[in-house]
Design a protein around this ligand. Structure first.
Ligand code: NAD
Ligand code: IPM
Ligand code: MN
Length: 362
């Protein structure tokens, strides 16, 4: 019996998690896979209830699970709290660190029925299928942070970016292995013309290349990479980068698919897998039942594949999403002329229904 912890979080988090849980329950009925789902407070709502965004009991429960499915955290209500109590820094980053999930997989795949939903031209995005591997537990996010008052007034901040050979090597191996299973192409993204951390990054990644002779490794500077991602994104297959660059480039890559509401993620490397959409709590649309639940539902597919050993369940979910999109159903962020607009809960219900029906009709 697998144990799944859900952390709905804040803003649209609870709306998209509710949809994802419906889909999971449909997968259970269809495949007979056994799991128990337990929800836990996390983020701004946990701070409101308990005074901390990451309650001890929540952390303990996550560590004792096979997989954690998270919605999103944060929002204007908590933006002015002392930094260690903010949902992002006080809950999400420590959770990733404690789960030791150093490899964050963010696939950017364009569904054929959505080629015209992107703001980019059809020929630029059609058939696009790339994966960003983002280092998730190091770099600027976790370095020392300090603010000093200056005698002449004003402040000085110190924010450090640290990476060790070992931290780079383990995520790079992950990327080489994935590239080997896909097209055999790996692009490492850095800023080696300026940053010492990037020079070590490039050295370590290049040093591994001999062990993966079947993988064609190339390096690109991050500014050029950002430009190439909108100029000709199909040149990329597996992309490997450090924490901060990966955060930015994956939001950019998401828009190639039509919407940030489409992009799932899996964070691996520790005992417990963490699954979350790449988007945030979207305070601007929260509570309106209009958020796209597909990023979270596709995160469920990744959870089934990587933590619950159910390729069958993962494929059921992916086919259900593809089928609903193919039938012309859309949330507002990917709405196109002539299509049928659905809310978050209606879209989730329909995907769950397609999972339930799979294989039962010709
Ligand atoms: P965001 O991703 O929440 O939203 C960016 C834009 O995309 C908004 O216009 C939003 O409406 C839209 N959007 C996001 N998800 C969508 C979905 N599923 N369907 C349709 N539209 C969607 O980023 P932001 O506005 O910069 O951040 C809002 C808050 O979320 C901040 O507090 C931030 O710190 C937090 N955040 C949390 C996470 C996380 O928990 N993993 C990730 C990113 C941002
Ligand atoms: C993401 C988010 C987080 C990040 C924030 C909320 C800490 O933007 O998951 O992409 O930067 O990792
Ligand atoms: Mn982000």
């Amino acid at each position: 019996m697998y144990k799944i912890t859900t952390l709905p979080g804040d803003g649209i988090g609870p709306e998209v998690i509710a949809g994802a849980v419906q889909v999971l329950n449909a997968v259970r009925e269809r495949t007979g896979i056994e799991f128990a789902i337990t929800e836990a407070p996390f983020g701004g709502n946990a701070y409101d209830q308990t005074g901390t965004p990451l309650p001890e009991a929540t952390l303990r429960q996550c560590l004792a699970s096979n997989a954690v499915l998270m919605g999103a955290v944060g929002g204007p209500k908590w933006d002015n709290l002392p930094v260690h109590l903010r949902p992002e820094v006080g809950a999400l980053l420590p959770l990733r660190k404690k789960l030791a999930v150093f490899a964050n997989i963010r696939p950017s795949m364009v569904f054929s029925s959505l080629v015209d939903a992107s703001t980019l031209k059809r020929e630029v995005v059609e058939g696009l299928d790339l994966v960003v591997i983002r280092e998730l537990t190091g770099g600027l996010y976790f370095g020392e942070k300090r603010r000093e008052q200056l005698p002449q007034g004003g402040f000085r901040v110190i924010e450090t970016l640290e990476y060790s050979t070992e931290e780079i090597e383990r995520v790079a191996r992950f990327a080489f292995e994935l590239a080997r299973k896909r097209s055999g192409r790996l692009t490492s993204v850095d800023k080696a013309n300026v940053l010492e951390s990037s020079r070590l990054w490039r050295e370590v990644v290049s040093g591994l290349a001999a062990e993966y002779p079947d993988v064609e490794l190339s390096h690109i500077l991050v500014d050029n990479c950002a430009m190439q991602l909108v100029r000709y994104p199909k040149q990329f297959d597996v992309m490997l980068t450090e924490n901060m660059f990966g955060d930015i480039l994956s939001d950019q890559a998401s828009q190639l698919t039509g919407s940030i509401g489409m992009l799932p993620s899996a964070s691996l490397g520790g005992q417990v897998g963490l699954y979350e959409p790449i988007h945030g709590s979207a305070p601007d649309i929260a509570g309106q039942n209009i958020a796209n639940p597909i990023a979270t539902i596709m995160s469920v597919a990744m959870m089934l594949r990587y933590s619950l050993d159910s390729e069958e369940g993962a494929a059921l979910v992916e086919r259900a999403v593809s089928s609903v999109l193919g039938e012309g159903y859309r949330t507002i962020d990917i709405m196109q002329p002539g299509m049928t607009q659905l809310g978050t809960s209606e879209m989730s219900r329909l995907i769950a229904q397609r999972v339930s029906e799979a294989g039962t009709t010709a």
